[in-house]
Design a protein around this ligand. Sequence first.
Ligand SMILES: [Zn+2]
Ligand SMILES: [Zn+2]
Length: 238
Amino acid sequence: MWTAILLSAAAMTAIVALRYLASSGIFALATNRRLPGYHAKLGKQIRSEIGWSLASAAIYGIPAGIVAWGWQERGWTRIYTESDAMPLWYLPLAPLLYLLLHDAWFYWTHRLMHRPRWFKAMHAVHHASRPPTAWAAMSFHPWEAITGAMVIPLLVFLVPIHVTMLGLVLLVMTVMGVTNHMGWEMFPRALVHSRLGGWLITASHHQRHHEEYRCNYGLYFRHWDRLCRTDKGLSERI
Ligand SMILES: [Zn+2]
Ligand SMILES: [Zn+2]
């Protein structure tokens, strides 16, 4: 049993690491085309972003691997595979719930990590990326990585979700994590500056967090920032 758990944790770590290298690699290449020279002089920073991110891959992979083993072998979690296990209307609701809950957790832990004492110990690594690049997606100090790594493995025990919708949540998490740091906006202006765009976080919003530190703490949505008056709007540089 322990060997199987260990193998699952190792396999998941490898998957998370490869997912990071592939997704950040693709958007780093896109950045080279969109903003030629953006990565010039950032070689040392990028190497450190990749190092921290690969360490984070293990921190994310181990709990995910243990839960995946328990799901397969012991029937843990509320992940379901039969399409009729829950009403059809619940199918798209689950990923929205996951994103909203993850966003709330991220907003409040992120704000805490900006308190001076916690900042140094947990969050300074992430802000050492100046400016951030696509490789900074998982560039976290291990303490910060732990706070992020437990969210989905805990939520799958609490909130039912179809396995494909869980895949969608992970896809959104990966793509937004990378693109919010790459230094340019990939979404059309018409969306970013629309009413709907005013509630969503994309690169233009998170870039401002990296510019000014004490604002724009959210992950996917802007309602917490707006409610708590920490929303300073979009970066004017990208
Ligand atoms: Zn960031
Ligand atoms: Zn921050």
